[in-house]
Ligand binder design. Structure first.
Ligand code: ZN
Ligand code: ZN
Length: 165
């Protein structure tokens, strides 16, 4: 079984809203920025980036909440309309083509450890990072960190939806 064929199911806390990621993600961010710390109420956010059309709603619905973001472009957070748990978000810059799925809402979150730690300049000091996972003080270039397959998937996205749309 190829990992590309695997899917990942998840959902909210009240069980009303369920979703499926149809393939492995493009890349997994562990973000230590202050915004993610505040939004999660804890020390970092764990987000799996994936093409929006690979996230299928299996049950329930999502309510999209406009939320400020560090870039100033805003973030649309999709939440269960009943328990309000955040399931994924889209950032203003990338539009709706890429979703940032909250790894902690997956049924098996252990399957998606971070591919990179970002914004470690504001990492809480007690969080000790593993030596074998890339870590950057702020952000990075995808071309330098993403696997070739993910870069190809990203290129396909851009081709399907040119930036002038
Ligand atoms: Zn819910
Ligand atoms: Zn962040």
């Amino acid at each position: 079984m190829s990992t590309e064929a695997s899917s990942y199911d998840g959902g909210c806390t009240c069980r009303q809203t369920r979703y499926r990621m149809a393939s492995k993600p493009l890349f997994v961010h562990c973000c230590h920025c202050r915004w993610c710390q505040r939004e999660t109420g804890t020390s970092f956010a764990l987000n799996a980036m994936i093409e929006a059309d690979r996230v299928q709603l299996l049950q329930g619905a999502v309510e999209i909440i406009d939320t400020p973001s560090n870039s100033g472009k805003g973030q649309k957070i999709s939440r269960c309309p009943r328990c309000r748990i955040a399931l994924w978000s889209n950032y203003g810059g990338a539009g709706d083509t890429v979703r940032f799925v909250r790894v902690g809402t997956l049924d098996e979150p252990d399957r998606l450890p971070p591919d990179i730690h970002i914004f470690t300049s504001s990492k809480q000091p007690w969080v000790v990072l593993p030596p074998d996972v890339p870590a950057v003080a702020e952000y990075y270039r995808a071309s330098e960190q993403w696997p070739a397959e993910s870069l190809q998937r990203r290129a396909a996205l851009t081709a399907a939806k040119p930036p002038w749309h």
